[in-house]
Write a protein of this length. Structure first.
Length: 145
């Protein structure tokens, strides 16, 4: 099963990078954790995100698209970083998160784990053409990565 593991943003992470020494220590600890994930064959993708002040949202309503510039004030709804993991179960993902270093040392933070939809989740809903298209697109994506 694939899961997306999201490190939720904090007021401090939205303010930008922490002091250099603190940031360096966190990167070192997170680097070691990421090495464990890679060696275990768990991690498929991982990255940190810049503050929402550098982002945009696009609100979709019918055929209308409205672009909203960051920053976005509700930090509890924002993501500061993520992983995509391949795990055997949600319990395994939770065990990995329990081993994760503090994303923001000294600041209470939250990490959310959500299952990713797999093609078989839609097996009864897709036409043969849509299934073939999905397989072709996944193969093209895998070839590029």
């Amino acid at each position: 099963m694939r899961v997306m593991v999201m490190v939720k943003a904090t007021k401090e992470s939205e303010a930008g990078l922490p002091p250099a020494e603190e940031f360096s220590e966190m990167l070192t600890a997170m680097g070691k954790f990421n090495e464990e994930l890679v060696k275990a064959g768990v991690v498929l993708a991982a990255d940190g995100l810049k503050p929402s002040s550098q982002g945009k949202r696009v609100r979709v309503s019918g055929s209308q698209r409205t672009v909203i510039d960051g920053p976005f004030t509700e930090t509890k709804e924002l993501v500061a970083g993520f992983w995509i993991w391949q795990v055997k179960s949600m319990e395994e993902a939770v065990e990995w998160v329990r081993r994760c270093p503090e994303p923001f040392p000294g600041i209470e933070s939250e990490i959310e784990i959500r299952p990713v939809f797999e093609p078989e989740d839609f097996a009864d809903l897709l036409t043969p053409e849509a299934k073939a298209q999905g397989e072709r697109l996944r193969a093209e994506f895998a070839a590029r990565n």
